[in-house]
Design a protein around this ligand. Structure first.
Ligand code: ATP
Ligand code: MG
Ligand code: MG
Ligand code: MG
Length: 439
């Protein structure tokens, strides 16, 4: 992509309405545009990162055995009346009436709709386990939308729903999602800690929020410092092996970790002072077992091996990709801008032509641009005639992992400079060596 053709509306001024660093940087880097209270457009740079995040979420959901579908954003209120949640949900739900006076709503979540899909087709325990997910926009009329895409009204959610014959099966499904979440966040360069969360009237201990520690987080959280050095399971983890997966969950749920609603002062006091981490956190994911809460009122059953009908045991598993972008920036930035982990970066490298219009520089850059693309790299080529200082500032602000810098003096000696955004380390090398160095 040539920067001269790229829609990248960088802001010079720091937007005054933005209270936290991720919101400021996303606006300044031209990633998002606010359209109304808690509502944002995704501009090309932001959309690229969002798709990278979705890609990782999708790969890890698929690896854990979930299957992607896509359900509508607008739902019929009838389904919610069946489950009894239409009245309970309250003001966070945006209610809509169509031209035939039918009650509709913009989905804040999809338990009812996916249960309806399930009950329409699945009849036997032999078709279980089943886990269906989608990545779709949600609307919640938040009392206080703020912090940009961190708490917006319209936001993207990956929501998965598992269906099993009994609690044992549902627990194994829960464990698979637990491990998939550990891998998902870690691949984005985030340290997410699973913390016990409230299960409300359903009870039990099968609900965890995945929390990123950050001073701007909205929740107060408490955990053992052991979590900070835990190793996340590798890509070779066997999701078909229930015992292996349960072992990982066991290890990750043994040290103390809870959000303020679940905080247990007695257990907390028992931990040695130097081993406690009490901090603020951002909820980036939430997994929840709720058994027959929806299958019963909505009559979603399968025939069991005993020949009888059983209400399926269900769970739901959410991740907020749009919130994740903000969380990643909160965790990875400096005074000059964003520092994207390579896995989610909008481009692999930015190629900076320090003197566009200079024949030798243009020539060297065109060659590098072609070579890098041929090597499969996503490159933003800064071919504009802006000053070198401005180009460096833009490259730092948008946080692309590598900068390839081509100036007249270097080119005369057949050299370019590369800079790593995260470490600041610079290296001069022959023009021909650049592609291999970035591979
Ligand atoms: P919160 O406690 O922050 O209000 P929640 O518990 O209501 O979130 P869930 O219903 O558990 O959210 O939804 C699953 C995920 O969707 C959350 O873990 C979060 O990542 C994301 N999410 C929820 N609400 C928002 C929002 N208003 N803006 C952006 N992402 C959100
Ligand atoms: Mg909420
Ligand atoms: Mg919450
Ligand atoms: Mg939650």
């Amino acid at each position: 992509m040539r920067l001269s053709r790229y829609f990248l509306p960088i802001l010079k001024e720091t937007p005054r309405e933005a209270e936290i660093v991720s919101h400021r940087l996303m606006l300044r880097a031209g990633m998002i545009r606010q359209q109304g209270a808690g509502s944002f457009s995704w501009l090309p740079l932001g959309k690229r990162v969002l798709e990278k995040v979705n890609g990782i979420v999708r790969e890890e959901q698929d690896r854990a055995g979930a299957q992607e579908i896509l359900m509508p954003t607008i739902q019929s209120a009838d389904l919610w009346m069946e489950s009894g949640r239409y009245d309970d949900y309250g003001k966070e739900m945006l209610r809509i009436v169509d031209r035939h006076e039918r009650q509709m709503l913009y989905g804040p979540t999809n338990e009812e709709m996916v249960t309806d899909i399930f009950r329409s087709y699945v009849r036997s325990y032999k078709d279980l386990p089943l886990n269906l997910y989608h990545i779709q926009w949600k609307f919640r009329d938040e009392v206080r939308p703020r912090f940009g895409v961190m708490r917006s009204r319209e936001f993207l959610m990956k929501d998965a729903y598992s269906f099993d014959l009994d609690f044992e099966g549902a627990k194994a499904a829960y464990n698979r999602m637990f491990v998939a979440y550990l891998r998902t966040f870690s691949r984005m360069g985030l340290q997410a800690i699973p913390m016990r969360a409230d299960t409300g009237p359903i009870g039990g201990d099968l609900s965890h929020e995945f929390i990123i520690l950050a001073s701007t987080g909205e929740s107060e959280v408490f955990c053992h410092k052991d979590f900070l050095k835990f190793e996340v399971p590798g890509a070779d983890v066997d999701f078909a092996d229930d015992a292996e997966i349960a072992g990982i969950v066991e290890a990750w749920t043994t040290p103390y970790a809870a959000t303020d609603e679940m905080h247990d002062e007695a257990a907390w006091t028992a931990i040695a002072e130097g081993e406690k981490v009490s901090a603020r956190g951002i909820e980036v994911g939430h997994i929840f077992h709720f058994g027959t809460k929806y299958s019963k009122p909505m009559n979603a059953t399968v025939t069991g091996p005993d020949g009888k009908e059983h209400f399926v045991s269900m769970g739901s598993y959410g991740i907020g990709p749009s919130r994740l972008l903000a969380a990643i920036i909160e965790a990875s930035h400096d005074e000059n801008g964003i520092i994207w982990p390579e896995s989610v970066a909008p481009f692999d490298a930015v190629l900076i032509n320090m003197k566009a219009g200079d024949e030798a520089c243009d020539q060297a850059c065109e060659t590098l641009y072609e070579q890098l693309q041929a090597a499969g790299k996503d490159v933003l080529y800064d071919d504009t005639d802006a000053r070198a200082g401005g180009k460096f500032a833009t490259a730092d602000l948008i946080g692309v992992p590598w900068q390839v810098i081509v100036g007249p003096r270097g080119v005369a000696g057949g050299e370019a400079e590369i800079k790593n955004r995260a470490t600041g380390a610079r290296e001069t090398l022959p023009l021909e060596a650049v592609v291999n160095r970035l591979n």
